[in-house]
Design a protein around this ligand. Structure first.
Ligand SMILES: Cc1cc2nc3c(=O)[nH]c(=O)nc-3n(C[C@H](O)[C@H](O)[C@H](O)COP(=O)(O)OP(=O)(O)OC[C@H]3O[C@@H](n4cnc5c(N)ncnc54)[C@H](O)[C@@H]3O)c2cc1C
Ligand code: FES
Length: 244
């Protein structure tokens, strides 16, 4: 884990209330897709956790949705401004279990961690299918980016204004060897029920410290309590106990 200063090199709107930000700095502690970074914002006590979308030699890219004051302040930041960032957080996805035809399922702001994961799986020669779920067409992002690296992409929207009408679970293919998913909890529960293979789930719980010290993010699993920030955010399907 490292706490260093990053400089913003890009911060642009890519969909309704959704922004893509690239930060240049020391990324040596970021290893696995599914990890997150924790941003210190002026005027806010708690840092804001955001998943790693893409990783370069000296930069990390995130995609975030404006939902409150912290993310609104991020959307107003400009190129050249700096941010203090904790890197190397979370366990990330385990690629070794993917099989030959992994399925990646992202919903809304659960889409970003799927991108670096897809890149790494494709680099291993896997055939990667991706389902990207949104409410409506003006919220859709990432479709071209995933297609450009070689994924088979399906977009779903709840209102049918783009792609398949319905939820991500309405577009599950027949043939996949394993799955990886991230999104809002109702979607994760639906994916848990609708999938017929094992898989890994990434949880975007509310967090306190973000690095294992406060227990503010602990959740019950079949092997006892786990801290989503430190022992997660990725849990295997077999470990999950839904509380309600
Ligand atoms: C491991 C992890 C990875 C994440 N990755 C991303 C990402 O890639 N892109 C992205 O846009 N967001 C991501 N999030 C969620 C992001 O951290 C929150 O949206 C952000 O902290 C909200 O800050 P805010 O000050 O704008 O909103 P706040 O003022 O803190 O909250 C505004 C509203 O959003 C709700 N909210 C805040 N945080 C969460 C949360 N974690 N889950 C559900 N509802 C929440 C609040 O209950 C409130 O209704 C991630 C969260 C975690 C824990
Ligand atoms: S947020 Fe503090 S232990 Fe997870």
């Amino acid at each position: 884990m490292k706490d260093t200063i990053f400089r913003i090199t890009e911060n642009k709107r890519i969909a309704k209330n959704v922004y893509k930000m690239t930060l240049a700095g020391d990324v040596s502690d970021i290893k696995n897709p599914g990890e997150f970074i924790n941003l210190r914002l002026d005027g806010f006590y708690l840092r804001r956790p955001i998943s790693v979308y893409d990783l370069g030699e000296d930069c990390v890219t995130i995609i975030y949705k404006v939902v409150g004051k912290g993310t609104a302040s991020m959307s107003g930041m400009v190129v050249g401004e700096t941010l203090q960032v904790l890197t190397g957080l979370g366990n990330g996805y385990d690629l070794s279990l993917s099989g030959e035809r992994p399925l990646l399922i992202g919903g809304g702001v659960g889409v970003p961690p799927m991108y670096l994961l897809a890149k790494r799986l494709l680099a291993q020669g896997k055939e990667v299918s991706v389902i990207l779920g949104f409410n409506t067409a003006d919220e859709v992002f990432g479709e071209e980016a995933f297609r450009a690296i070689g994924c088979k992409v399906t977009v779903t929207t709840v209102d049918g204004s783009r792609g398949v009408k319905g939820f991500v679970t309405d577009a599950l293919p027949e043939n996949y060897t394993y799955f990886y998913t991230c999104g809002p909890e109702p979607m994760l529960k639906a994916v848990y029920r609708a999938t017929n293979t094992s898989g890994q789930f990434s949880f975007e719980e509310r967090m306190g410290c973000g690095f294992g010290a406060c227990m503010g993010c602990s959740c019950k699993t079949v092997t006892g309590y786990k801290r989503i920030c430190k022992d997660g955010p990725v849990l295997r399907k077999e470990e999950i106990l839904w509380e309600s």
